[in-house]
Ligand binder design. Structure first.
Ligand SMILES: Cc1ncc(COP(=O)(O)O)c(C=O)c1O
Length: 355
Protein backbone atom coordinates (compact mmCIF):
# COMPACT_ATOMS: atom_id res chain seq x y z
CA UNK A 1 0.00 0.00 0.00
CA UNK A 2 1.25 3.48 -0.85
CA UNK A 3 1.43 5.87 2.07
CA UNK A 4 -1.84 7.81 1.84
CA UNK A 5 -0.61 11.27 2.93
CA UNK A 6 -1.61 13.66 0.18
CA UNK A 7 -2.53 17.23 -0.69
CA UNK A 8 -5.43 17.54 -3.08
CA UNK A 9 -5.50 20.82 -4.96
CA UNK A 10 -8.85 22.03 -6.21
CA UNK A 11 -8.08 24.16 -9.24
CA UNK A 12 -11.69 25.29 -9.70
CA UNK A 13 -11.63 26.69 -6.14
CA UNK A 14 -8.46 28.59 -7.05
CA UNK A 15 -10.18 30.06 -10.10
CA UNK A 16 -13.24 30.94 -8.04
CA UNK A 17 -11.14 32.75 -5.43
CA UNK A 18 -9.17 34.69 -8.04
CA UNK A 19 -12.39 35.76 -9.80
CA UNK A 20 -13.82 36.85 -6.44
CA UNK A 21 -10.69 38.82 -5.56
CA UNK A 22 -10.70 40.57 -8.90
CA UNK A 23 -14.39 41.34 -8.68
CA UNK A 24 -14.13 42.71 -5.12
CA UNK A 25 -11.14 44.80 -6.12
CA UNK A 26 -12.86 46.11 -9.22
CA UNK A 27 -9.64 46.47 -11.18
CA UNK A 28 -6.78 44.36 -12.41
CA UNK A 29 -5.24 41.76 -10.14
CA UNK A 30 -1.94 39.93 -10.17
CA UNK A 31 -2.26 36.42 -8.74
CA UNK A 32 0.55 36.08 -6.22
CA UNK A 33 2.02 32.62 -6.74
CA UNK A 34 5.42 33.03 -5.10
CA UNK A 35 6.78 30.32 -2.81
CA UNK A 36 5.48 27.61 -5.10
CA UNK A 37 2.01 29.20 -5.05
CA UNK A 38 2.01 29.22 -1.25
CA UNK A 39 2.82 25.52 -1.35
CA UNK A 40 0.14 24.57 -3.88
CA UNK A 41 2.45 24.12 -6.88
CA UNK A 42 3.30 27.23 -8.90
CA UNK A 43 3.28 25.66 -12.36
CA UNK A 44 -0.04 23.80 -12.13
CA UNK A 45 -1.65 26.77 -10.38
CA UNK A 46 -0.36 29.16 -13.05
CA UNK A 47 -1.70 26.90 -15.79
CA UNK A 48 -5.05 26.71 -14.01
CA UNK A 49 -5.28 30.50 -13.79
CA UNK A 50 -3.54 31.65 -16.94
CA UNK A 51 -6.63 32.38 -19.05
CA UNK A 52 -8.24 34.30 -16.18
CA UNK A 53 -5.52 36.54 -14.76
CA UNK A 54 -4.05 39.92 -15.59
CA UNK A 55 -0.70 38.52 -14.55
CA UNK A 56 1.21 36.77 -11.81
CA UNK A 57 3.56 37.89 -9.07
CA UNK A 58 6.49 35.91 -7.70
CA UNK A 59 9.31 36.78 -5.31
CA UNK A 60 12.44 36.48 -7.43
CA UNK A 61 13.60 35.97 -11.00
CA UNK A 62 14.29 32.23 -10.56
CA UNK A 63 10.63 31.66 -9.68
CA UNK A 64 9.55 33.60 -12.77
CA UNK A 65 11.96 31.69 -15.01
CA UNK A 66 10.51 28.37 -13.87
CA UNK A 67 7.07 29.60 -14.93
CA UNK A 68 8.32 30.81 -18.31
CA UNK A 69 10.04 27.46 -18.87
CA UNK A 70 6.74 25.74 -18.12
CA UNK A 71 5.05 27.75 -20.87
CA UNK A 72 3.46 30.53 -18.84
CA UNK A 73 3.29 33.56 -21.13
CA UNK A 74 1.19 35.92 -18.97
CA UNK A 75 2.90 38.94 -17.40
CA UNK A 76 4.93 38.12 -14.30
CA UNK A 77 5.93 40.71 -11.71
CA UNK A 78 9.06 40.02 -9.64
CA UNK A 79 8.31 41.43 -6.19
CA UNK A 80 11.84 41.53 -4.77
CA UNK A 81 13.20 42.84 -8.05
CA UNK A 82 16.74 42.16 -9.26
CA UNK A 83 19.51 40.99 -6.98
CA UNK A 84 22.18 41.57 -9.64
CA UNK A 85 22.79 42.40 -13.30
CA UNK A 86 22.13 38.80 -14.34
CA UNK A 87 18.61 39.08 -12.98
CA UNK A 88 18.05 42.22 -15.03
CA UNK A 89 19.33 40.55 -18.20
CA UNK A 90 17.15 37.49 -17.72
CA UNK A 91 14.17 39.66 -16.87
CA UNK A 92 14.56 41.61 -20.11
CA UNK A 93 14.87 38.42 -22.13
CA UNK A 94 11.88 36.77 -20.44
CA UNK A 95 9.65 39.88 -20.49
CA UNK A 96 9.32 40.16 -16.72
CA UNK A 97 8.01 43.15 -14.86
CA UNK A 98 10.42 44.21 -12.15
CA UNK A 99 9.96 45.96 -8.85
CA UNK A 100 12.54 48.64 -8.14
CA UNK A 101 12.71 49.26 -4.41
CA UNK A 102 16.20 50.63 -3.78
CA UNK A 103 18.79 52.85 -5.40
CA UNK A 104 21.18 49.90 -5.91
CA UNK A 105 18.69 48.57 -8.44
CA UNK A 106 18.58 51.94 -10.22
CA UNK A 107 22.36 51.83 -10.49
CA UNK A 108 22.27 48.28 -11.90
CA UNK A 109 19.64 49.38 -14.36
CA UNK A 110 21.80 52.27 -15.54
CA UNK A 111 24.66 49.90 -16.37
CA UNK A 112 22.72 47.48 -18.55
CA UNK A 113 23.22 47.21 -22.31
CA UNK A 114 20.89 49.55 -24.23
CA UNK A 115 18.61 46.78 -25.51
CA UNK A 116 17.44 45.90 -21.98
CA UNK A 117 13.95 47.27 -21.69
CA UNK A 118 10.93 46.36 -19.58
CA UNK A 119 7.28 46.69 -20.39
CA UNK A 120 6.58 47.89 -16.84
CA UNK A 121 8.73 48.77 -13.86
CA UNK A 122 7.10 48.99 -10.46
CA UNK A 123 8.52 51.65 -8.15
CA UNK A 124 8.03 50.51 -4.58
CA UNK A 125 7.51 53.02 -1.82
CA UNK A 126 7.98 52.45 1.87
CA UNK A 127 4.81 54.00 3.25
CA UNK A 128 5.51 52.78 6.78
CA UNK A 129 6.25 49.07 6.83
CA UNK A 130 9.99 49.79 6.76
CA UNK A 131 10.85 46.61 4.93
CA UNK A 132 11.46 47.36 1.24
CA UNK A 133 10.88 50.51 -0.78
CA UNK A 134 12.02 54.10 -1.24
CA UNK A 135 11.43 56.41 1.70
CA UNK A 136 8.74 59.04 0.97
CA UNK A 137 11.32 61.83 0.59
CA UNK A 138 13.26 59.77 -1.98
CA UNK A 139 10.28 58.96 -4.19
CA UNK A 140 10.40 62.03 -6.44
CA UNK A 141 14.15 61.67 -7.19
CA UNK A 142 13.77 57.91 -7.77
CA UNK A 143 10.84 58.54 -10.10
CA UNK A 144 12.88 61.12 -12.03
CA UNK A 145 15.91 58.84 -12.21
CA UNK A 146 13.82 55.90 -13.38
CA UNK A 147 12.30 57.94 -16.18
CA UNK A 148 15.66 59.38 -17.18
CA UNK A 149 17.02 55.86 -17.67
CA UNK A 150 14.42 55.25 -20.40
CA UNK A 151 14.16 51.53 -19.74
CA UNK A 152 10.39 51.31 -19.65
CA UNK A 153 7.19 52.69 -21.14
CA UNK A 154 5.27 52.56 -17.87
CA UNK A 155 6.04 52.95 -14.20
CA UNK A 156 3.55 51.61 -11.65
CA UNK A 157 3.69 53.05 -8.14
CA UNK A 158 3.28 50.49 -5.41
CA UNK A 159 3.44 50.03 -1.68
CA UNK A 160 2.71 47.20 0.75
CA UNK A 161 0.61 47.16 3.92
CA UNK A 162 1.96 46.00 7.26
CA UNK A 163 -1.31 45.64 9.17
CA UNK A 164 -4.16 45.49 6.66
CA UNK A 165 -5.36 42.30 8.33
CA UNK A 166 -6.31 44.36 11.41
CA UNK A 167 -9.38 46.30 10.29
CA UNK A 168 -9.46 48.67 13.25
CA UNK A 169 -5.78 49.56 13.24
CA UNK A 170 -4.99 53.11 12.06
CA UNK A 171 -1.79 52.04 10.33
CA UNK A 172 -3.39 51.19 6.98
CA UNK A 173 -5.07 54.60 6.49
CA UNK A 174 -1.81 56.21 7.62
CA UNK A 175 0.14 54.21 5.04
CA UNK A 176 -2.39 55.15 2.35
CA UNK A 177 -2.10 58.83 3.28
CA UNK A 178 1.69 58.69 3.15
CA UNK A 179 1.57 56.95 -0.20
CA UNK A 180 -0.87 59.48 -1.61
CA UNK A 181 1.17 62.42 -0.38
CA UNK A 182 4.49 61.30 -1.74
CA UNK A 183 3.08 60.24 -5.11
CA UNK A 184 1.01 63.38 -5.66
CA UNK A 185 1.46 64.70 -9.15
CA UNK A 186 3.14 61.53 -10.44
CA UNK A 187 0.98 60.25 -13.27
CA UNK A 188 1.04 56.49 -12.92
CA UNK A 189 -1.19 53.55 -12.10
CA UNK A 190 -0.92 52.42 -8.50
CA UNK A 191 -0.90 49.11 -6.63
CA UNK A 192 -1.41 48.90 -2.90
CA UNK A 193 -3.72 46.02 -1.96
CA UNK A 194 -2.77 42.55 -0.85
CA UNK A 195 -5.58 40.14 0.12
CA UNK A 196 -6.42 41.98 3.32
CA UNK A 197 -6.48 45.25 1.38
CA UNK A 198 -8.95 43.79 -1.11
CA UNK A 199 -11.11 42.30 1.63
CA UNK A 200 -11.16 45.07 4.20
CA UNK A 201 -9.97 48.38 2.80
CA UNK A 202 -12.19 49.72 0.00
CA UNK A 203 -10.13 52.93 -0.15
CA UNK A 204 -7.14 50.85 -1.24
CA UNK A 205 -8.89 49.32 -4.23
CA UNK A 206 -7.20 51.13 -7.08
CA UNK A 207 -5.67 49.97 -10.36
CA UNK A 208 -3.65 46.81 -9.59
CA UNK A 209 -4.28 44.48 -6.64
CA UNK A 210 -1.84 41.77 -5.56
CA UNK A 211 -3.91 39.10 -3.78
CA UNK A 212 -2.07 36.07 -2.46
CA UNK A 213 -3.43 34.14 0.50
CA UNK A 214 -7.10 34.67 -0.39
CA UNK A 215 -6.54 32.86 -3.69
CA UNK A 216 -5.88 29.73 -1.68
CA UNK A 217 -9.05 30.10 0.38
CA UNK A 218 -7.58 31.37 3.62
CA UNK A 219 -9.05 34.52 5.06
CA UNK A 220 -6.33 36.79 6.44
CA UNK A 221 -8.75 38.62 8.72
CA UNK A 222 -10.72 35.67 10.04
CA UNK A 223 -14.23 34.36 9.81
CA UNK A 224 -15.75 37.68 10.87
CA UNK A 225 -15.11 39.22 7.48
CA UNK A 226 -17.41 37.69 4.92
CA UNK A 227 -16.13 36.59 1.55
CA UNK A 228 -17.10 33.19 0.20
CA UNK A 229 -13.59 31.89 -0.35
CA UNK A 230 -13.17 28.21 -1.12
CA UNK A 231 -10.30 26.18 0.33
CA UNK A 232 -7.96 25.03 -2.39
CA UNK A 233 -5.75 22.53 -0.55
CA UNK A 234 -7.12 19.51 1.27
CA UNK A 235 -4.40 17.91 3.36
CA UNK A 236 -5.51 14.39 4.08
CA UNK A 237 -4.36 10.92 4.99
CA UNK A 238 -5.77 7.75 6.49
CA UNK A 239 -6.01 5.93 9.77
CA UNK A 240 -3.65 2.97 9.53
CA UNK A 241 -3.80 1.48 13.03
CA UNK A 242 -5.92 1.70 16.15
CA UNK A 243 -5.77 0.73 19.82
CA UNK A 244 -7.74 1.09 23.04
CA UNK A 245 -6.13 2.66 26.06
CA UNK A 246 -7.34 2.76 29.66
CA UNK A 247 -8.17 5.93 31.60
CA UNK A 248 -4.96 7.57 32.86
CA UNK A 249 -2.77 6.12 30.11
CA UNK A 250 -0.96 8.58 27.89
CA UNK A 251 -0.45 8.95 24.14
CA UNK A 252 2.72 9.90 22.28
CA UNK A 253 5.93 11.75 23.11
CA UNK A 254 6.03 13.46 26.44
CA UNK A 255 2.80 11.76 27.49
CA UNK A 256 1.04 15.03 26.81
CA UNK A 257 -2.41 13.55 26.33
CA UNK A 258 -3.74 11.69 29.34
CA UNK A 259 -6.87 9.65 28.58
CA UNK A 260 -9.78 10.88 30.71
CA UNK A 261 -11.74 7.72 29.84
CA UNK A 262 -11.28 4.48 27.95
CA UNK A 263 -10.14 5.86 24.60
CA UNK A 264 -9.80 4.46 21.11
CA UNK A 265 -6.73 5.99 19.48
CA UNK A 266 -6.45 6.18 15.70
CA UNK A 267 -2.99 6.39 14.17
CA UNK A 268 -2.78 8.63 11.09
CA UNK A 269 -0.04 8.68 8.46
CA UNK A 270 0.82 12.38 8.72
CA UNK A 271 3.47 14.10 10.75
CA UNK A 272 5.48 17.25 11.06
CA UNK A 273 7.85 16.05 8.33
CA UNK A 274 4.84 16.28 6.01
CA UNK A 275 4.16 19.85 7.08
CA UNK A 276 1.48 19.29 9.70
CA UNK A 277 2.63 21.52 12.58
CA UNK A 278 4.09 19.87 15.67
CA UNK A 279 2.99 22.83 17.78
CA UNK A 280 -0.78 22.18 17.59
CA UNK A 281 -2.61 21.63 20.83
CA UNK A 282 -4.60 18.57 21.92
CA UNK A 283 -8.16 19.09 20.75
CA UNK A 284 -7.24 20.53 17.35
CA UNK A 285 -10.04 19.40 15.04
CA UNK A 286 -9.58 16.80 12.32
CA UNK A 287 -12.32 15.15 10.25
CA UNK A 288 -12.51 11.38 9.99
CA UNK A 289 -14.77 10.08 7.24
CA UNK A 290 -16.53 13.42 7.28
CA UNK A 291 -17.01 13.62 11.08
CA UNK A 292 -15.13 16.06 13.24
CA UNK A 293 -13.01 14.64 16.03
CA UNK A 294 -9.76 15.79 17.60
CA UNK A 295 -6.07 15.36 17.70
CA UNK A 296 -4.73 13.77 20.89
CA UNK A 297 -1.05 13.63 21.80
CA UNK A 298 1.94 15.31 20.27
CA UNK A 299 2.42 15.19 16.52
CA UNK A 300 5.37 12.92 15.61
CA UNK A 301 7.59 13.15 12.55
CA UNK A 302 5.57 10.69 10.46
CA UNK A 303 2.40 10.07 12.46
CA UNK A 304 -0.23 11.69 14.57
CA UNK A 305 -2.97 10.35 16.81
CA UNK A 306 -6.67 11.14 16.93
CA UNK A 307 -9.59 10.24 19.15
CA UNK A 308 -11.88 7.63 17.58
CA UNK A 309 -13.80 6.74 20.76
CA UNK A 310 -17.05 8.29 19.56
CA UNK A 311 -16.60 7.18 15.96
CA UNK A 312 -17.13 3.42 16.06
CA UNK A 313 -17.37 3.13 12.29
CA UNK A 314 -14.03 4.77 11.70
CA UNK A 315 -10.85 2.72 11.72
CA UNK A 316 -7.98 1.65 9.51
CA UNK A 317 -8.64 2.91 5.98
CA UNK A 318 -10.77 5.86 7.11
CA UNK A 319 -9.95 9.15 5.44
CA UNK A 320 -8.68 11.90 7.73
CA UNK A 321 -8.81 15.54 6.69
CA UNK A 322 -6.22 17.66 8.48
CA UNK A 323 -7.33 20.83 6.70
CA UNK A 324 -9.56 21.56 3.76
CA UNK A 325 -13.30 22.13 3.30
CA UNK A 326 -14.26 20.64 6.69
CA UNK A 327 -11.35 21.82 8.83
CA UNK A 328 -10.23 25.36 8.13
CA UNK A 329 -6.49 25.76 7.73
CA UNK A 330 -6.91 29.01 9.65
CA UNK A 331 -8.21 27.05 12.67
CA UNK A 332 -5.25 24.68 12.57
CA UNK A 333 -2.86 27.61 12.18
CA UNK A 334 -4.36 29.31 15.22
CA UNK A 335 -3.99 26.15 17.26
CA UNK A 336 -0.35 25.96 16.16
CA UNK A 337 0.31 29.60 17.03
CA UNK A 338 1.02 30.56 13.44
CA UNK A 339 -0.73 31.68 10.27
CA UNK A 340 -2.17 29.70 7.37
CA UNK A 341 0.52 31.12 5.07
CA UNK A 342 3.19 29.19 6.95
CA UNK A 343 1.26 25.92 7.08
CA UNK A 344 0.38 25.98 3.39
CA UNK A 345 3.92 26.87 2.31
CA UNK A 346 5.41 24.07 4.42
CA UNK A 347 3.46 21.12 3.10
CA UNK A 348 6.00 18.63 1.80
CA UNK A 349 6.71 14.93 1.31
CA UNK A 350 3.01 14.28 0.66
CA UNK A 351 1.87 13.42 -2.85
CA UNK A 352 0.03 16.14 -4.74
CA UNK A 353 -3.17 15.50 -6.70
CA UNK A 354 -4.67 18.15 -8.93
CA UNK A 355 -8.44 18.14 -9.36
C1 LIG B 1 4.65 42.85 -2.07
C2 LIG B 1 3.59 41.84 -1.84
N1 LIG B 1 2.40 41.98 -2.44
C3 LIG B 1 1.40 41.10 -2.24
C4 LIG B 1 1.56 40.00 -1.42
C5 LIG B 1 0.41 39.07 -1.18
O1 LIG B 1 -0.03 39.16 0.15
P1 LIG B 1 -1.25 38.30 0.70
O2 LIG B 1 -0.83 36.88 0.56
O3 LIG B 1 -1.38 38.71 2.12
O4 LIG B 1 -2.42 38.62 -0.14
C6 LIG B 1 2.78 39.83 -0.77
C7 LIG B 1 2.94 38.69 0.14
O5 LIG B 1 3.77 38.60 0.98
C8 LIG B 1 3.83 40.77 -0.99
O6 LIG B 1 5.01 40.63 -0.38
Amino acid sequence: MTRPARARIDRSALRHNYALARQMHGGRALAVIKANAYGHGAVPCAHALQDLVDGFAVAFVGEAMALREAGITAPILVLEGAFDTDDWLQAAERRLWMVVHQSRQLEQLSQLPPHCRYEKLWLKIDSGMHRAGFAPEDVAPAWAQLHALQRTDEVVLMTHFARADEPTEPMTPAQLATFQTCTQGLAAPISVSNSAGVLAWPDARADWARPGIMLYGSHPIGASASAPLQPVMTLQSEVFAERWIAPGETVGYGGRFVAPRRTRVGLVAMGYADGYPRTVADGTPVAVDGHVTQLIGRVSMDMLTIDLTDHPHAGPGSTVELWGPQISVDTVAKSAGTIAYELLCNTKRVSFEYL
